[in-house]
Design a protein around this ligand. Structure first.
Ligand code: ZN
Length: 207
């Protein structure tokens, strides 16, 4: 099974990717991980990516596509893969269709209100970086890290105004992909506002 996961921040896409990976025994490939690995291993493509990121520029489509293509050519991808964070543009989607057409695109849908509820409750330790959530993973003592006693804070990204911006950016960039894969009949919606167990069972019905 070759698949793509789409979903806004807060939809729990990363968690589901791990479950699907375990279920189908196929690799989970995120472009963030690919960039980090290529840079760490100092591959030819990795050196190019590093140069671009160091200058504060966006990695061009061509280079991202080359990295993904190289990764999907590995033997562990012969039974399929889960792509996360790729494609991001129609240009990338067209390239992917040429070298590794996918069978399924899962689109995790969730209301803006639920995303705000999930993300705005996040807290991070100033000292060790440990993550908490006021509703789901509360620390034993309010605003104090269980691990190191450090002070907890809300990252700029997790403040409500930033969340609305992140969602707007996500929607604008993803809309064309939703139409692209919808037109090909490959897109399946999954309601990510359900409990994790329900989301997983909805996903399994598609596999
Ligand atoms: Zn801490």
């Amino acid at each position: 099974m070759r698949m793509i996961l789409l979903g806004p921040p807060g939809a729990g896409k990363g968690t589901m990717a791990v479950k699907i990976k375990e279920e189908l025994k196929i690799p989970h490939i995120s472009t963030g991980d690919l960039f980090r690995a290529a840079i760490k291993n100092e591959t030819t493509l990795g050196k190019k990516v590093k140069g671009i990121l160091d200058q504060g520029d966006l990695v061009p489509d061509e280079l991202t596509v080359a990295l993904v293509k190289e990764r999907l050519g590995s033997s562990d991808c012969s039974d399929g893969f889960i792509l996360d964070g790729f494609p991001r543009t129609i240009g990338q989607a067209n390239s992917l269709t040429e070298f590794a057409p996918v069978d399924l695109v899962i689109n995790f849908t969730i209301s803006e209100k639920e995303v705000v509820r999930r993300l705005s409750g996040r807290r991070t330790c100033k000292n060790c970086g440990a993550g908490y959530h006021v509703l789901f993973i509360p620390p034993a003592k309010e605003n104090v890290c269980d691990k190191c006693g450090g002070e907890l804070y809300t990252r700029e990204d997790d403040k409500e105004s930033s969340i609305h911006n992140r969602l707007a950016v996500y929607e604008k960039s993803t809309e064309p992909l939703i139409s692209y894969y919808g037109d090909k009949g490959l897109l399946k919606d999954v309601d990510a506002g359900q409990s994790p167990a329900e989301v997983l069972s909805s996903v399994k019905e598609l596999l």
